[in-house]
Design a protein around this ligand. Structure first.
Ligand code: ZN
Ligand code: ZN
Ligand code: ZN
Ligand code: ZN
Length: 125
């Protein structure tokens, strides 16, 4: 059930690189384009004045940096994909009590947004 390829602490823990420039770690996944993008490429492709700025994007999991995040753990202040969420929050009884909320897609420019704002977006819902 749990995937064992999370790789935390192993020697081959590489962040997924940006699909476009392949020279920076990706930070978001565009659901519309099905691509992982670094902040620079995201700003380029989803510039506020272009139609693509309405593409829905999600943050990349902070733990494995390889999959789109599905949950925000408020206790850890971390964005987690479903497999990391399952892995981390099944590891001990305390962690399993953490309150997680589903991550909503980011729409619009990422400029001025960072992980701290995710909580606000979810509250506004
Ligand atoms: Zn890039
Ligand atoms: Zn896009
Ligand atoms: Zn993950
Ligand atoms: Zn947690």
């Amino acid at each position: 059930m749990l995937k064992n390829n999370i790789g935390v602490g192993s020697s081959n823990k590489w962040s997924r690189v940006c699909d476009t420039c392949q020279s920076a770690a990706c930070i978001v996944y565009c659901l519309t384009d099905s691509v992982y993008l670094c902040s620079l490429c995201d700003a380029k492709f989803h510039a506020p004045n272009c139609v693509a700025s309405w593409h829905e994007r999600v943050w990349v999991c902070e733990i494995c940096e390889r999959a789109p995040a599905a949950f925000l753990c408020k206790a850890d202040a971390a964005t987690l994909c479903s497999s990391c969420d399952a892995h981390i929050h099944s590891s001990n009884p305390q962690a399993s009590c953490h309150h997680r909320v589903p991550i909503l897609p980011i729409i619009g420019s990422l400029l001025g947004q960072d992980h701290d704002i995710i909580g606000n977006i979810i509250v506004l819902n």
